[in-house]
Design a protein around this ligand. Structure first.
Ligand SMILES: [Ca+2]
Ligand SMILES: [Ca+2]
Length: 450
């Protein structure tokens, strides 16, 4: 019972913490599509080869349903930028693109920009360096060899920084995430939002047809971006090359809930209005034509509302797709788990191999080379033999009970007596004195002749 009391006392505390959050749920911002900062197929390009409200540079080639920023040729650079500066406090862009190449490795990558000036040409994925704003880089090529590409890198710049290309911007990245965006069955989608000083990057990596299958890739808080700027996409190839295709770029202005939404774009020029009216009519005609064709081919489904019918074949297809999608999600989950297990194993193996190499190092420093092992075991064997011999000997010759005596000294030889010694010495002395006297006499006799 005593243990339950503290838990009970926590309940009002938790409630008091949770209630304000419930009382003021995070309201989604108001979102308005900005057609002047967007492009999308199927009538993306005008008759003169330009994209309405956008400028393209370098090797970029706009076509009806996409802009090929670079083709898969060596050393290509291209970019596409909004013609006008956007004056949005908060914004969101959705970019749909494909990066495709025949090689297992591609280069260099694609960048999505919001910068104070258009970065029409330069070394950073085809755009200018020292930008003021933010670049979200889809970097295919692993320049620093850290096995972290293809990856997504968010780099902010105040207009002074030179991009650290050799290290894939690792020293400057505000956030990164590992995503393989090359050669995917469906287009890759990225949603970049700048709202209340927080930049969020969500990525749908093109594994499924589900357009809303986004995952959070990066989040940068307290980010200061220029109050106005240009949106852009750029790409580059190097020694290796990929096709970098942008299918759509959709821009939305975000407004905080409660605040007045900016006035609707009242000043759409008459020319633009006419152009969009024309496009709309063209769509309508195409749609009618398609409907007619379909009804001719399928007279049995005539009479059904053309907009929302679903034939048996379509339904089967849809069911297959949904089934595949579920299987895909399951596989994705399994992959994650497998990755975790593999990671653990790798860490364990590294630890074991480190220990083994440490032991090997110690042996090497003690003797050098594998012969040392043999040498050691030989010595050990010898020592063992010696020890056994000693034990054997000890058993055969039990130690004597008493302390052994020292052997007696042999008798001193008695060949020279004291008397003999004295006589010998006396005779020697007499002979010596005689000799000395004889010499002195001889010398005296010799002196007489001179
Ligand atoms: Ca790179
Ligand atoms: Ca890298």
């Amino acid at each position: 019972m005593a243990a339950r009391c503290p838990q009970l006392s926590l309940v009002p505390l938790l409630l008091s913490l949770a209630l304000p959050a419930l009382a003021t749920p995070q309201e989604a911002p108001h979102r308005r599509f900005e057609y002047k900062y967007s492009f999308k197929g199927p009538h993306l390009v005008q008759a003169d080869g330009t994209v309405p409200f956008w400028v393209h540079t370098g090797n970029a080639i706009p076509s009806a349903d996409q802009i090929r920023i670079t083709t898969s040729l060596k050393s290509q650079k291209g970019s596409v930028w909004t013609k006008n500066k956007a004056l949005f406090e908060h914004w969101e862009v959705e970019v749909t693109f494909r990066v495709t190449g025949r090689g297992r490795i591609g280069a260099d990558g694609l960048a999505v920009w919001f910068t104070e000036e258009q970065g029409l040409e330069g070394p950073v994925f085809g755009a200018a360096d020292k930008w003021n704003g933010v670049g979200v880089f889809f970097d295919s090529f692993d320049n620093d060899g850290k096995k972290n590409n293809p990856g997504v890198i968010v780099v902010g710049n105040n207009g002074k920084l030179l991009y650290d290309h050799q290290n894939d911007g690792a020293t400057q990245a505000l956030a990164t995430c590992l995503r393989d965006f090359r050669n995917k069955p469906y287009p890759v989608r990225v949603k970049i939002a700048y709202y209340q000083k927080t930049l969020t990057v969500l990525v749908n990596n093109g594994f499924t047809p589900d357009k809303d299958d986004y995952e959070l890739c990066a989040k940068v808080e307290d980010m200061q971006l220029p109050a106005q700027g240009y949106f852009g996409v750029s790409a580059a190839t190097g020694g290796l090359a990929d096709d970098h295709d942008v299918l759509s770029f959709l821009t939305f202005q975000l407004t905080e809930p409660g605040k007045e939404a900016p006035p609707a774009d009242a000043e759409i020029p008459q020319k633009d209005k006419e152009k969009y009216q024309e496009e709309f009519e063209h769509f309508q005609q195409e749609l009618d034509k398609k409907k007619e064709e379909f009804q001719k081919e399928h007279p049995d489904v005539q009479g059904q509302p053309a907009d929302d019918f679903e034939s048996v074949g379509d339904r089967e297809l849809r069911q297959i797709f949904e089934g595949q999608n579920r299987v895909h999600l399951e596989i994705k989950q399994l992959h994650k788990q497998l990755d975790m297990i593999l990671d653990e194993q790798r860490r364990y193996l590294t630890a074991v191999s480190e220990e083994m190499s440490a032991v090997a190092d110690v042996l090497r420093s003690a003797g050098g080379a594998p012969e040392a092992d043999q040498h050691f075991s030989d010595i050990k064997e010898h020592l063992h033999l010696v020890r056994r011999d000693i034990e054997h000997l000890a058993q055969r010759n039990p130690p004597p009970a008493e302390k052994p005596k020292c052997p007696e000294l042999p008798p001193f030889p008695s060949c020279l007596s004291t008397l003999h010694f004295i006589i010998f010495t006396a005779v020697q002395t007499v002979l010596f004195v005689g000799y000395v006297m004889y010499r002195s006499q001889q010398e005296a006799a010799a002196k007489k002749f001179f």
